[in-house]
Design a protein around this ligand. Sequence first.
Ligand SMILES: *Cc1c(COP(=O)(O)O)cnc(C)c1O
Length: 403
Amino acid sequence: MNKKPYLETMPDENGFFGEFGGAFIPPQLEKPFAEITRAYMKLSKSHDYLNELRNIRKHYQGRPTPVYYCKNLSDAIGGGQIYLKREDLNHTGAHKLNHCMAEALLAKYLGKKKLIAETGAGQHGVALATAAAYFGLECEIHMGEVDIAKEHPNVVRMKILGAKVVPATHGLKTLKEAVDSAFEAYLKDTENQLFAIGSVVGPHPFPKMVRDFQSVVGIEAREQFMEMTGKLPDMVTACVGGGSNAMGIFSGFIDEDVKLYGVEPMGKGDKIGEHSASLTYGKEGVMHGFRSIMLCDENGEPAPVHSIGSGIDYPSVGPEHAYLSKIGRTQIGHCNDLEAVDAFYKLSQYEGIIPALESAHAVAFAMKYAAENPNESILVNLSGRGDKDIDFVVENYPIPQKK
Ligand SMILES: *Cc1c(COP(=O)(O)O)cnc(C)c1O
């Protein structure tokens, strides 16, 4: 008998990947989340929904994005062959629009009028505001006051796109407070609003839904890589914050004999507050409505985290990553701030591609791996472009002389 594809067997109907996942939510949220789950289960098999999504991907987002062979970079390293899946060429410059368009389409089918979410660095807010504009939905983005000051260009983008940006003014005024503020606003009207989570995290059904929406990346990449080389890659890698771009590309290879490495940000040290390597240093527990592996302080509260890639400094990780890592299907790769900056400049100077600092973590790990594994081919998910990071990088790390 044929084995069922992994993606059809996981998660179970309650959203568990082994012991991870589920929905640990207050009673008021049980009904709206059950409604979203029911609707998604039905729509994920609906011809009209899938067809509309395919059309959007092709004509609005510009998919498929190419797979590109980095000849110069591979030659310079003198090891394995490095390929990129170019999600930086997806509309808005990152993979996030893949799930935001699908979430907004879901909202439309559910008859909702408004999308609501929190954002940290503003990347999810911009992608969601883009999707809201396309579908003619209202969009309300909650953001910590500190982040609003830090991420000014993304705040302006959201406003230009017609979204309302609501500052979270309590506590530390960053992501955690933005989550509280967004949930509070969502609870006031679950009838007309959809809470749109920005990664493979949160209560069921979001980890499954967002993975399914991102799986287009892996499905395309598998076919493109086969067409280019006649084979599958030996190793596939991506950076892991919440883990959506990694699950997206892993989805295309999970049933194959292909090594999968999720790269965690090692920041500037191994003490709490210096990194955001949840799988590496974390422990099992429940945070933000789901069971996973997370970084906590002594009181069980989310620990402070750091990464130079502002989209990957999250104290937990999607439950599916916790599961796949625990059963040994995926491995953990590491990259610190300085290695990410080095990869940022190397990819720019060798290939003419400026990567997002988040994506540069995966490139840096691929470079290390290629040096050690000269006979392998490596596929990296280049989750986004680096325009947003250029000012910060050049102000803090001088541009190296090209060799
Ligand atoms: C948000 C973001 C990430 C991290 O999110 P995941 O859910 O871990 O993929 C990675 N790269 C870019 C460019 C991002 O904007």
